[in-house]
Ligand binder design. Sequence first.
Ligand code: PEP
Ligand code: MN
Length: 338
Amino acid sequence: MIIVMQAGAPEEQLQEVLRRVEEFGYHPHLIRGTQRNVVGAVGDERGKAKLQSLEALAGVESVVPILQPFKLAGRELRTQKTVVKVGDIEIGAERLALMAGPCAVESEEQILATAHAVKEAGGTILRGGAFKPRTSPYSFQGLGEQGLQLLARAREMTGLKIVTEVVNDRDVEMVARYADILQVGARNMQNFVLLHAVGEAQKPVLLKRGMSATIKDLLMSAEYILSHGNFDVILCERGIRTFETATRFTLDLNAIPVLQKLTHLPVIVDPSHGTGHYEYVTAMARAGIAAGADGLIVEVHPKPEEALSDGVQSLTFERFRDLVRQVEPIAKALGRTL
Ligand code: PEP
Ligand code: MN
């Protein structure tokens, strides 16, 4: 339920509402506005009648039901866009977020060379998996903590922020010690134990859409993270499974305006996994930004032909610089910067 306070209702009246909401066994989420305050009461549907009667309290304008099941991630409770702050970088604001790097951290030489190239091209966040959830158990699984240390070294040398994947709840604390943003991958989008754990972490989360997940599924997964207290969630469209086999996945560009309408959370696009081939990445990066995304995450490798994972979809440094050049005027046309 949403409890809308009257414009200018004094603080004591608001505190009384918060007290009662808690007394009924609900979690109050207070959103302070310039005109009026709004309290979201999230919890068991069965106490609705009690909440409804709060309309009789002094200072309360109305009590209305939340219509979407993603109460915290939806726009009903929080109409203004969330800007996720990662140090001095803002995701969801005017400047687009540019995340790039290899699929997996493979060696010091590889990650440092890539970090410098990403920085030079205008990127602000370095990606790279230390823990890789691979389809085959025989594929390269990542360097583990050593990979995280290499990422931390790359951050030290370049000032780039780090986004890296965490694949299970037991590793969240360790990965959070190194990472600036915790990535939850497509294959783990509905790993609810992991979502709970990152919801309690003190780091922003990049939540990738599962390859067979609907937009609503994605928002319900975000809801798990938000409901455990972490509101710094960035959503990522990375392609879904369709009948099409000419590309690895089908990048669902529809999801971008739909998500921008349904949620206040920032939305970025991954044209690398979305297409699976380097030749299509730049075109879909342009399209993603044109559709209204708040940023990009792109795979870049010094020698894609030698990559231990996702080489075919990885851009060389030169191709990545070209991508940035091509996306820039589109960003500008939309009143955004890169
Ligand atoms: C990745 O970012 O390298 C990755 C594994 O992505 P996804 O979870 O979208 O497949
Ligand atoms: Mn990858």
